[in-house]
Each structure stands twice: as structure tokens, then as C-alpha cells.
Design a protein around this ligand. Structure first.
Ligand code: FES
Ligand SMILES: [Fe+2]
Length: 352
């Protein structure tokens, strides 16, 4: 058993050193390398078929490229096999990937093509000169990449099952204007804790609270993920769900999906906001937003309306918690069994 009791009624929260100890911070980074990372949506590669994935490098330390050739997509290493140069920092449209350092070229499948000045080199090229390929998974045009092979379908099963009615890949567009890059003075765990409960909504998010029915807020736990469901108040926008959805008949305003440790897929009637958590230091976290629109007419209304305001409200409390974690008087608290099952689930995973 880990440091956090599996029974929420008996459990105390994570000790404050999880938020303040630089060694513990470094040790926990391994979790980011062991999970599937969000890469991009197919629609982003329509103009530029080779795309660097800087958020994955920030999360895992591994430079990667999404390479799309006809319908086939691959996640390749973004590191040249000659002397290790980064192949590109910019998306580009190309049939061949050329290293900017000494001109080595690769096909879009990552295979070595050519290299000047290498006449006479023995036993060259071999498959060591090809770009490494990472495991990838795709759902509805959304690509995910992994450094350590795990079954994508199993990992993503709760989402796939629940969201099968969602619009198809061809009706999804990337909205550059919804991109955000936030830097928050707090440990990443404090940011995730806050995401995993709706308990704070009446106190912290006045406008969001006015759109959601607080008594009906739901949290469901899965192996490796948590789903929170926001129910719309009367007259507030919600999904028009098909009969084959288990949620048919409910007035759902938002599905908030979190995947351990640092991926959030927020599904609203207008589309999906992807939040990517990047731990920078023990007390600094970067949060990147990508927005994918399915229904332009629903932008700006309901629970997914003013995300910037909600984000800033969250940052205020999360950085407040970080200051509190440094106090000599605070170490651990207790959980609300009614409202904090998501936070408890996360803490059990982390402390295992
Ligand atoms: S490092 Fe790429 S060609 Fe030399
Ligand atoms: Fe919040």
C-alpha cells in the first residue's frame, strides 16, 4: 500500500514534500515518460506534413516529429542520426526530411536516404542510420505518442467507449486562436489536484458556477484516468446526445477527462480543449492549451465559454496552495468523500 490510504474516509492527502522536494519532483518525472502523450490532430498536418511536437519534448525530454505521408502517419524521432542535431523546429511541407547541419536526408517513413561526404565509410548505412520510430495511437484523427509501448486501445478505452458519438475527424478543425501557454508558480501536482475536483467551483469560479448544476456534478474513476461531468443548469447550453450514449437524456455541459499524469481532454459542445501539463521545476508548471473546434456556433457560451477566466481563477488558488505547502504548520489534510474522489485516486497512483 502506498502512503495514501485506499479508503478515502480514512485517508490523508499527499504529504507536502510532494510539492516542495526537488528530488521527489525529479523522481516523479518518470511517469510522464511512461504514458501516452498527446501529439496533434490530423487536420494540423494538412498544410505542413512534418510537424515537430515541442510539447512532447517539454514533457518527456524526447524530440519527436509527426510525419504524414498520404494517409499514413508516423511519430519519428526529431534527432538526426549523424551527430544528433534537431531536424526541425518548424512545421514544413516536404517529401524529404533534411538535417540542417550537414544535409543528411530521410524519407517521411524515417528511412535514411542520403548523406554527402560519406563515400568509403564502412558498413554504412545500416538501420541505425534510420530515424527511430515511436509507438503511436490514433482516435478520430487525434494522434498520441509513447516512449514505452503500452496498449493504446486499453489506455484510451474509457474515452473511446464514452465519446463514440463525437463528430468524425473531418469535422474537426484546429483553432490557432485558442492556443495558450501559461506559466504558473506551483508544482504540477497542485495544478492537477485542482483540476480533479469541482468542489471549488462555487468558491472560485462564479461565472462557471452559474452555468453548472453543482449538486449534479459527477466524478468517475478509471484505471489511469478520471472523468468529471458538468451538468448544465436549466437554460444553459448542453450536448445533444444520441440515444446510444449512456448519457442520453442528461444535460451535459462538459466532459472533463484527465489521464495520468498530465493530460486533460475537455470536451464541450463547441469542441475540445486539450491541456498539456509540463512540470518545469518543483514550483513551476507550464500548461499548454490546444483548441479543436467541431461547432463554431457554440463557441463562447456555457461551461466551455470563457476558459481564460476560469484558468486565471484556477491559477490563483493553485499558486496559493503552493505557498501553503511551504508552511511549517501544514503537512497533510483530509478528503471529502463526496467531492474529492478524483484527487484521492490521483494521490493513490502517485504514492504507490
Ligand atoms: S547532424 Fe545531421 S547531418 Fe550532421
Ligand atoms: Fe477550477
Amino acid at each position: 500500500m502506498g502512503e495514501v490510504d485506499a479508503d478515502i474516509r480514512r485517508a490523508s492527502t499527499l504529504p507536502s514534500r510532494y510539492y516542495t522536494d526537488p528530488e521527489l519532483f525529479t523522481g516523479l518525472l518518470k511517469h510522464f515518460k511512461q504514458q501516452w502523450c498527446f501529439a496533434a490532430h490530423r487536420c494540423e498536418a494538412q498544410e505542413n506534413n512534418v510537424m515537430p511536437l515541442p510539447h512532447i519534448e517539454a514533457q518527456t525530454g524526447e524530440p519527436m516529429l509527426l510525419s504524414v505521408q498520404d494517409e499514413e502517419a508516423r511519430i519519428l524521432s526529431g534527432v538526426c542520426t549523424h551527430r544528433g542535431m534537431i531536424l526541425t523546429d518548424r512545421p514544413c511541407k516536404t517529401n524529404v526530411i533534411q538535417c540542417p547541419y550537414h544535409g543528411r536526408t530521410f524519407g517521411l517513413d524515417g528511412c535514411f536516404r542520403a548523406m554527402p561526404g560519406f563515400e568509403g565509410v564502412e558498413d554504412f548505412p545500416t538501420d541505425k542510420d534510420d530515424l527511430a520510430t515511436f509507438d503511436s495511437g490514433e482516435w478520430n484523427g487525434f494522434f498520441f505518442a509513447s516512449l514505452e509501448a503500452k496498449d493504446f486501445a486499453t489506455w484510451f478505452a474509457p474515452f473511446i467507449k464514452r465519446m463514440s458519438w463525437w463528430p468524425g475527424s473531418s469535422s474537426i478543425t484546429y483553432d490557432r486562436s485558442r492556443h495558450r501557454d501559461h506559466s504558473i508558480e506551483a508544482n504540477w501536482i497542485a495544478y492537477v489536484d485542482n483540476y480533479l475536483e469541482g468542489f471549488h467551483i462555487p468558491f472560485v469560479h462564479g461565472d462557471l458556477h452559474a452555468t453548472l448544476d453543482h449538486d449534479d456534478y459527477q466524478t468517475e474513476l478509471f484505471d489511469g484516468s478520471v472523468l468529471q461531468i458538468g451538468i448544465a443548469r436549466e437554460g444553459e447550453p448542453c450536448f445533444d446526445l444520441p440515444q446510444d450514449s449512456v448519457d442520453y437524456g442528461k444535460r451535459i455541459a462538459a466532459y472533463y477527462w484527465w489521464f495520468f499524469p498530465g493530460l486533460m481532454l475537455n470536451v464541450y459542445p463547441w469542441g475540445m480543449s486539450v491541456n498539456i501539463i509540463i512540470p518545469e521545476s518543483v514550483n513551476r508548471t507550464r500548461v499548454i492549451y490546444h483548441g479543436y473546434v467541431t461547432d463554431q456556433n457554440k463557441i463562447g457560451i456555457g461551461a466551455g465559454g470563457d476558459l481564460d477566466k476560469v484558468e486565471l481563477e484556477d491559477q490563483t488558488v493553485v499558486s496559493g496552495v503552493q505557498r501553503g505547502m511551504n508552511s511549517a504548520t501544514y503537512d497533510r489534510g483530509r478528503y471529502s468523500p463526496q467531492h474529492e474522489t478524483g484527487v484521492h485516486h490521483f494521490h493513490c497512483m502517485l504514492s504507490k
